[in-house]
Design a protein around this ligand. Sequence first.
Ligand code: GDP
Ligand code: GDP
Length: 455
Amino acid sequence: AAEEGFDIEDVEGAIEAAGHGPLPVLAVVGRPNVGKSTLVNRIIGRREAVVEDRPGVTRDRVTYEAEWAGRRFKVVDTGGWEQDVLGIDASVAAQAEYAIEAADAVVFVVDAKVGATDTDEAVVRLLRKAGKPVVLCANKVDGPSGEADAAYLWSLGLGEPHPVSALHGRGTGDMLDAVLEALPEAPAQTFGTAVGGPRRIALIGRPNVGKSSLLNKVAGEERVVVNELAGTTRDPVDEMIELGGKTWKFVDTAGIRKRVHLQQGADYYASLRTAAAVEKAEVAVVLLDASDTISVQDQRIVTMAVEAGRALVLAYNKWDTLDEERRYYLEREIETELGQVAWAPRVNVSARTGRHMEKLVPAIETALAGWETRVPTGRLNAFLGELVAAHPHPIRGGKQPRILFGTQAGTKPPRFVLFASGFIEHGYRRFVERRLREEFGFEGTPIHISVRVRE
Ligand code: GDP
Ligand code: GDP
């Protein structure tokens, strides 16, 4: 009777649809102009033109959700990359390195009409080193006459070249089938298997907020100085750091320290790095400069972490510089600009003086606990029953849509499926989310709620 017309398959299907957790990540890499953006658009089924004509255009989104043959995955688009002061080889290599690092599998795009260039060969070496599964896309094969060009790419030693026309869609289905074979069901860094291992933290924020200073402070200055002096030795990508008696893995710290000054595409580079770090992490610590106005860029970085479904901590740095007046205005700004993440634990720190560094770990632990919270179905439905009785959905068109029951389909972050007798309005969904948070905590974690309607 509790099901009120839903049978068990409905429930199971809805739980399946809500997803069980993180998705595997596919990176699309290659030289500029080989058609990466066009291919990504094709994969994610995006209609609008995002192939930019203007060089150096800032794109803040680099990760998209895609689905093929019923399987969902994420695509990292590196097409916004621009040639920079380092020269084309270095920039392509750096771009590919970040993307490959974050990925579970890679589509390497080559322009079949041009054939393999030295730059392509350089990327092949990176791919070999990374050891991730690779699907070779021979692009711009718009018709049968191009198939021979594609065959030449066997010489790259990456296996079968898949002839594709990203522009017209030719061959993309077969290539995506190969992608699904290469992609693991779940990301390599499956959260469930990380039990007992160090938790993974992404320290992110716009340039100059103090990421590198904070990292130096927590990791100990000396090691960092050594790294900088060495210069030629490559920083490890991830760094184990002891904090509060535990070991934590700070992911992609090389990206924080590497002082790469790029003229064009610097913002894009930063957002790619941020996305890669977020993908690898369980919890994102977003660092903000408390002495400076909260910017759109800060908000984008927060959004990136939330959309990726990571636990979130907000750390306001440079607290040592704040006067009375700035403090007053900062609080107002936080309310208006970051009100949507009021659930995230907050710490006011100074990387310079070391102020409140000891509060970082408790905040991170709180966020991770919220992220992993599971509400038993019985308790959830007792709560939902009371809520619906006390605060019914507004009547619409003479009918009153009602939430019938619900279940938590997953954690990391918590995902709920609610079953309803009619369309549940956005405002009411927000109200339910607010009440769920009041009741069960969920501090420091985004929560997903999907509603199944029985007409
Ligand atoms: P990216 O720099 O690697 O992201 O490349 P873009 O996706 O921006 O594409 C570069 C150019 O190649 C654009 O003018 C595209 O229209 C063109 N292009 C991309 N894919 C194909 C294709 O399959 N066939 C042809 N003929 N042109 C393509
Ligand atoms: P990143 O680009 O985010 O890695 O930022 P950096 O760590 O390079 O810091 C940018 C600037 O802010 C540097 O001049 C730092 O000395 C300064 N800075 C970082 N943290 C603090 C802080 O807590 N207080 C003050 N006053 N300055 C800071």
